[in-house]
Design a protein around this ligand. Structure first.
Ligand code: ADP
Ligand code: MG
Length: 340
């Protein structure tokens, strides 16, 4: 079943958390909502789950309106399973009873199978506090999936698990979700996690979706400098076009530093990689704020402009201490986006 958001807007008093969201989470796919803290991810998920009333727009399940301003079924009447960052299990119930909770009596025979599915075979008599964080998240996943919901909604489900286990857990989780054909919406603030688990990713900023696409589309054709920066580790430098030069806080760059077309806009956002930048001595330039050996033979040099924006340069040649520098990008290494 596909899950669709149509013209969804949401405000908490003065705070406009979501602005005109249109999004289709396709049937059987894992759709990630990705963005930094406060951009509206949990609000969007909460609307789909029925934890929040719909103020404006509609939520459509399998082509039929599930919820809009005129009404919405409560969470327990929706064919959705929920998994949250923590606190997902009932602390006073063992694992078997936790998983049994959403299952009709006649299906309690499936519990052992679920424990096995999520790698917890033999642990059914344990209580949540007798499990590691990763095991608790597996159990929460089993509990959400066991009733066979058409849609799974997951809010930062791996955030409380350590990094090594987190990678394994999300790959296991992806395989399980794909095997079951569940339509999933998963919230994360971690681009690596979104790439690792998502079939599609909706990149959110300040209550809007900036771009929606597959990992390949987001990598190869970012539609905003911020999206390119998020997935490639590159940095965004604002610039103004002045004839044949691009004026930045770190120096004037020649237009031939740009690869591909230069947008027809006076204000640009330039996407630059730390390794494609050189430092040149310049008495009018900026002092070095930080120098850090990265351990692979390169140094990371940090310059900070007056507006407190940092630019990292990775170079094999350590700069002369105490000097001032401007930055020059290698020819054809910069991607330019029109700034709105
Ligand atoms: P995210 O999950 O991406 O971190 P949220 O959806 O939780 O973002 O929040 C979006 C915006 O709405 C933020 O500015 C947040 O401070 C605000 N917000 C969230 N919940 C409430 C609430 N219950 N009351 C007031 N403001 C809220
Ligand atoms: Mg959140």
């Amino acid at each position: 079943m596909s899950l669709e958001f149509r013209h969804i807007a949401h405000a908490y008093g003065e705070v406009q958390a979501l602005r005109d969201i249109d999004l289709v989470a396709p049937a059987g796919e894992i759709t990630c909502l990705l963005g930094s803290s406060g951009c509206g991810k949990s609000t969007l998920l909460g609307l789909a789950a029925g934890l929040l009333p719909v103020q404006s727009g509609s939520i459509v399940l399998d082509g039929k309106v599930l919820a809009d301003e005129s009404g919405a079924p409560p969470p327990e009447k929706r064919p959705v399973g929920l998994v949250f960052q923590e606190g997902a299990l009932f602390p006073h119930m063992d694992l078997r009873r936790n998983i049994a909770f959403g299952l009709p009596k006649g299906r309690h025979g499936e519990i052992e199978g679920w424990l096995e599915q999520v790698g917890l075979a033999g642990l059914g008599a344990r209580f949540p506090h007798e499990l590691s964080g990763g095991q608790q998240q597996r159990a929460a996943l089993a509990r959400a999936m066991a009733p066979g919901p058409a849609v799974l909604l997951m809010d930062e489900p791996f955030a409380s698990v350590d990094i090594v286990l987190r990678r394994r857990l999300r790959r296991d989780c992806r395989m399980l979700l794909k095997e079951r054909g569940a339509t999933t919406i998963l919230v994360t603030h971690d681009p690596a996690e979104a790439l690792d688990i998502g079939d599609r990713i909706a990149v959110m900023e300040a209550g809007r979706i900036v771009q929606f696409g597959t990992p390949v589309e987001l990598h190869e054709t970012p539609q905003a400098a911020s999206v390119g920066a998020m997935f490639s580790g590159a940095q965004v430098v604002p610039a103004e076009r002045r004839g044949e030069a691009l004026s930045t806080a770190f120096g004037d760059w020649p237009v031939d530093c740009v690869s591909g077309a230069l947008p027809d806009s006076a204000r640009l956002d330039l996407l630059v990689h730390a390794r494609a930048l050189d430092l040149e001595p310049d008495p009018q330039g900026l002092p070095i704020r930080d120098l850090h050996a990265l351990g692979d033979g390169t140094m990371r040099v940090l310059l900070r402009e007056d507006g407190a924006r940092d630019l990292a340069i990775e170079t094999g040649e350590p700069p002369r201490p105490g000097g001032r520098f401007r930055v020059v990008p290698h020819a054809g290494t910069v991607r330019a986006f029109a700034a709105d």
